[in-house]
Design a protein around this ligand. Structure first.
Ligand SMILES: [Zn+2]
Length: 416
């Protein structure tokens, strides 16, 4: 009790010293200094969806909410590294859709490579944990590649290595519907595999062998526990939040977070409104969003490209309605607090989901990331803790994944 009271007075003291007039300058300086010193990593954005569209140049500074990530704003927001995800929506598993998913994923991965090639003076492709510090030292942005949804693997295990060689360093096993790898947290149909499938088990083993991070975001609870059982290396949730703070199937329960931490993994808190704060079910936005989602679900896989484009425009319009009602960084940091109190500071980070639904009232794009650092300081987080949140924890997991692969390397890894 005394300990609790002391920490209350200590935090209140810090708050008072920061918020009283002249000290706000002092706080701003501290925010800038600490934020600049941290190796900052965001583990999830869907910006490649924009990058494959003609006319989008990541070197130009854009405006939120239409665009939330580009190289100038990464710099002004002090973001050193971003995982650019090659995302494919889950569609019925027909031969045609497998080919399309494979094509789109390759197109997105190529767009990331092309972006790095064209902007070598300010960005560098990153493949390993150590690349981050080296690239940051050179004053450039580190560009990592992730893959959201294992749909493009199309039941072909050799594609895991193919993607590894293309620079992909994590695969989010599934998206909003069950796939060949595992059951999803969002599919309304009954479980198909009761967790991870036989093929999924092989995919995880292959990712472990190669040194790719297994990403459990979007996986069902049962799939999550299976992954934790099968994976020989720690795993990440590249963009998930806490179910005890905001009740949503996409968020992780305390039991899941405990298990994740026990196995040395990390949960990267995402900035998507409904995952951060339970939505107001009486709002116009909520009702309209439900209608759009219903249309999407009914038409999934059957829509023409034009219909899909129109629907995604409609979704975007509803999603960006009333930005003043969006949750704030305070709400998001409540999730970080919860993880810290539950399992400690070593198991939490940030995965925005920008350009894929993420965006808060006071963190609408990457340029506003220092606002998170400010809130952490106001809540009494130390510089060391902030450094862990902004990338230290992720680096530890990534390192362990690489180490496992190196230690267990087989002849199959070497090419002639
Ligand atoms: Zn996602």
């Amino acid at each position: 009790m005394i300990k609790k009271m002391l920490s209350f007075f200590l935090i209140s003291g810090i708050l008072m010293s920061f918020t009283s007039g002249d000290n706000s300058d002092k706080l701003e300086k501290k925010v800038q200094r600490i934020h600049a010193k941290c190796l900052t990593v965001d583990t999830h954005c869907d910006t490649p969806m924009q990058m494959i569209k003609p006319g989008f140049n990541i070197r130009d500074e854009h405006k939120a909410p239409q665009s939330r990530v580009d190289l100038p704003r990464m710099k002004s927001g002090g973001l050193d590294a971003m995982f650019f995800a090659a995302f494919t929506g889950q569609k019925p598993r027909t031969e045609e859709n497998y080919s399309k998913a494979y094509f789109i994923a390759n197109q997105m991965i190529d767009s990331v490579h092309l972006m790095v090639d064209k902007n070598q003076d300010i960005a560098t492709l990153a493949l390993n944990t150590d690349d981050l510090a080296r690239i940051e030292k050179a004053g450039k942005r580190a560009v990592y590649i992730g893959m959201e949804n294992g749909f493009p693997l199309a039941k072909d295990l050799t594609r895991v290595e193919e993607y590894y060689k293309k620079g992909v360093r994590y695969i989010t096993l599934c998206h909003s519907y069950h796939n060949d790898i595992c059951d999803s947290s969002s599919d309304s149909k009954p479980a198909e595999h009761n967790g991870v499938s036989e093929f999924g088990k092989q995919v995880i083993a292959e990712m472990n062998r190669l040194g790719m991070m297994v990403d459990v975001s979007h996986a069902s609870d049962k799939s999550f526990f299976d992954v934790l059982e099968f994976s020989k290396a720690p795993v990440i949730a590249s963009h998930s939040s806490v179910r005890a703070v905001a009740k949503h199937n996409r968020n992780m329960t305390d039991e899941m977070i405990k298990k994740l931490a026990e196995k040395g993994g990390v949960i990267q808190i995402c900035l998507l409104d409904d995952y951060i704060k339970e939505p107001d079910t009486t709002s116009v936005k909520f009702r309209r969003m439900k209608q759009v989602m219903k249309k999407y679900r009914e038409g999934a896989g059957k829509m023409t490209d034009v219909e899909r484009e129109a629907l995604s425009k409609e979704w975007y319009e509803v999603d960006t309605m009333n930005p003043e009602l969006l949750p704030t960084i305070k709400d998001m940091v409540d999730h970080i607090d919860h993880v810290k109190n539950l399992v400690g500071i070593d198991y939490v980070g940030v995965g925005s989901d920008f350009d894929g639904g993420g965006g808060l009232r006071d963190c609408a794009d990457v340029s506003q990331f220092p606002n998170i650092t400010r809130e952490l300081l106001l809540r009494g987080y130390s510089e060391k803790e902030i450094r862990k949140i902004w990338g230290g924890n992720l680096q530890r997991v990534f390192n362990a994944v690489e180490k496992y692969a190196k230690k267990n390397r087989t002849f199959k890894n070497f090419e002639i």
